[in-house]
Design a protein around this ligand. Sequence first.
Ligand SMILES: [Zn+2]
Length: 436
Amino acid sequence: MKSELLLVLALFLCVSSKPLSKRKMNNKLLLISFDGFRWDYDQDVNTPNLDKLVKEGVKAKYINPPAITMTSPSHFTTITGRWIEDHGVVHNLMFNDTTGLRVPHKATLKRSEWWDNGALPLWITAQNQGLKTGSFFYPGGGVNYGGQAVDRSLVADHGHPDDNETEWRQNIDTVMGWFTKDDLDFVTLYYGEPDNVGHAFGPETPERRKIIEQIDRTIGYLREAIHKSGLTDHLNVILTSDHGMTTVKKVNEIKLSNYMSLLNLTRFDLLDYGGFGMITPREGRQQEVYDALKNAHPNLTVYKKEEIPEHFHIRRHERIQPIVLLADLGFNINSRIILYINKGDHGYSNEEMDMKMIFRAFGPDFRDNFLAEPFDSVSIYPLMCKLLGVVPEANNGSLSDTKDMLVDNSDAGKHLIRLSEGAPLKNGLFHQSNRL
Ligand SMILES: [Zn+2]
C-alpha cells in the first residue's frame, strides 16, 4: 500500500513539475525554410543528400501553403499555426490604405506593428514556457510581440546576398553553437533561395537546378555539423518552405488601366506585385470597380471581400481590402504600366500544384523511410509544439495530419486547443470556422 502511494505521489510530481522537467525530456528542434522551394524541385536534379533523407527520415509528397502564397504571410502561418485572416500578415508589403504608406518587404522585418496582431509565434510561446529560442533571418523573428523579443535574433540587412554558399555554412555553424553553447531549444533558420533564382530566371532553368544542388550540398553539410556537434540524438529538424514558383511569360500581363480609370475610381491599391492584388475603391465607387473588372480578362478573378471563398481563410481580416484580385497561374496583375518582369513568380492560388512546397523531417523523434500524405502548412505548428513539449496557443492546425511521422505518437492530440468558441484577437475579430 505504501509503495503504491509513493508511486502515485511520484506520478503527481512528474505531472506538476512541468517547466523544468520539460527541458530535459524533449529534444531540440531546428526549423529550416528555403524560400520558394517548390515540392518537386528535387526531381530533375541530382540531390544525394535530400534522397538520403527520404530513407533516414520523413518526406511529405508535398504540403499546401496558405491562400496568399507570399513569403511573409506563409512564414507567419507556419510559426503561429494560424490562418492569414487570424494572424493579419496579409502581404509582403506593410501598408496603410488611409495614408497610402507602403513599406518594402525587407524593411517590414523590423516593424513590430506589422507582425504583432495578437497571434503569438512559437518562439514567444516556447519562451513563456521556459524554453530558449532563436531566429536566424526567419520572417517575423526580428520584432517584438507584446514587447517581448525572441531570445536570439538576427535579421538580414537590405541587400544581403542570398546565395553565398560559404555564408550558408557559417550560418549553420552559428546555429549549432546556439544549440550547444547557448543551450537554445528551438531555432528557425531562413534561406532566401531558391526564391531569388526562381524569380530571376524562372523555375524550369539550369540556374534553378544549380541552386538546388547548392541547397543539397548545404543539407549534407548540416547533417555533418549536427553529427560533429553531438546533436544527432538530440535534435529534430524540419525542412520546409513558404510557397512554390511558376513560369511567367511576358505575354501573360494583365493591365488594369485598360479596363478602368484607377485615378477616378480607387484611392489605394496593392498591384504590380504578381498574381495577387487588392484595391480600395473611392467612397461609393466599389460597384463600378467591381463591374469594370469582373469580366475584364479571362484569366483574372475578381472578388468583393465578402465573396472571397471561406476556405481561403483570408477575408475576415481588416487589412484585406474591399476588392481582391487573383490571376490565373503565370499571369501578372499590373496597374498602369507593365512593371513586373520576373520570369518566375508565386502569389497564385494555393490549389495550384506549382504553389505547393517541400516538407522533410528527420531526427530522433521522426520515423525513418516514412512517406506522408500532403497536408496544410498550418499543421506544422502543432507538430513543433508536440516535439518541444510546448502547450500550443489556440491554432488552426491539426496534429492528426502529422502524428504518424513520429516514433511515439501515443499522446498525439493531448495539446490541441479547440477554437470552435472563437478566439479573441487584438484586432477585435472573432473567428469560428477553425478546424482542429
Ligand atoms: Zn517566399
